[in-house]
Design a protein around this ligand. Structure first.
Ligand SMILES: Nc1nc2c(ncn2[C@@H]2O[C@H](COP(=O)(O)OP(=O)(O)OP(=O)(O)O)[C@@H](O)[C@H]2O)c(=O)[nH]1
Ligand SMILES: [Mg+2]
Length: 261
């Protein structure tokens, strides 16, 4: 069935988007609210992003000089980043010096948990000073958090980004690799609805697979949707709850290089 599509001149008509191609490759709906401010918004965003990229390059240089691999870990709220990091620390925390840079809008709840779980060092960045709380970490925030980390004493730095499926993907923080955690409770269609995040990452950790027997989640359909937007991402299926797949995830982490990406 087609969808009704409104244009700036006020005309509304129907397109059969399914027949025209993949639903994800077409704009649908009414975008007129953006017409008046579009150019100004693009210019401001370009300025913010170029300043961000400059600081991200400095962060990346500092990581390289210290020989630290840095991984930017992103997801929706509650997909399981912190739980996965606890498993990660339990698995490799004795043989590798792992630092965590924890980004949260507010509280030290996750940072406190990970500090007690064998991280060599934890640095907390709260983003609540921003307008209503920033929904992502940017390179400048990460740089401020790096000041509290002994980079020279670390092998690996994992940056737990703010839980959000949109904004974190848009900001380079100087990482060597980007990974996302995706919980099987989030549905099969999200790669199509939030393509920027799924396209941005090198690895997708499909978490909470212990829950599969109790859900109607179609794993094959999710994987096909993911492949449609990011055919090259490494996919790792895990349960941070029971430890399934954690070897594969740690193997991927340890394969990352400080000279990447
Ligand atoms: N059943 C099941 N529950 C899980 C798994 N991983 C995490 N959880 C649960 O999911 C909830 C959220 O996990 P967190 O690790 O806090 O998620 P998060 O991504 O760090 O959340 P934010 O930092 O708030 O974005 C907790 O209740 C965890 O116990 C898993 O593999 N299986
Ligand atoms: Mg967390």
């Amino acid at each position: 069935m087609g969808r009704f599509h409104a244009h700036p001149d006020g005309t509304v008509h129907e397109h059969d988007h399914e027949r025209e191609g993949s639903p994800s490759s077409h704009d649908v709906g009414d975008h007129r609210g953006y017409e008046a401010t579009g150019t100004a918004r693009v210019e401001i965003l370009e300025r913010i992003l170029s300043e961000n990229d400059r600081i991200a390059a400095s962060n990346r240089q500092d990581f390289a000089q210290a020989g630290v691999v840095s991984v930017n870990l992103m997801s929706s709220p509650g997909a399981g980043k912190t739980t996965l990091l606890k498993r990660t620390l339990a698995q490799i925390g004795e043989t590798r010096r792992v630092g965590i840079l924890e980004g949260d809008i507010a509280t030290s709840i996750d940072a406190d948990q990970l500090a007690g779980f064998g991280a060599a060092a934890v640095s907390l960045v709260n983003t609540s000073a921003g307008f209503g709380g920033e929904c992502h970490l940017d390179a400048i925030m990460v740089r401020s958090g790096l000041g509290r980390l002994p980079l020279g004493e670390l092998d690996l730095l994992i940056i737990e980004n703010v839980g959000n499926l949109v904004c974190p993907a848009e900001f380079d923080v100087g990482q060597h690799a980007k990974a996302m955690v995706y919980a099987v409770t989030e549905g099969e269609e999200k790669p199509l609805k939030y393509p920027v995040m799924f396209r941005a990452v090198d690895a997708v950790v499909v978490n909470k697979i212990d829950l599969l027997p109790y859900l109607d989640f179609d794993l094959d359909l999710f994987l096909a949707n993911l492949k449609a937007v990011n055919p090259t991402a490494t996919v790792i299926q895990v349960s941070a709850r029971n430890g399934a797949g954690i070897d594969d995830w740690c193997g991927w982490l340890l394969d990352q290089s400080p000279t990447g990406p």
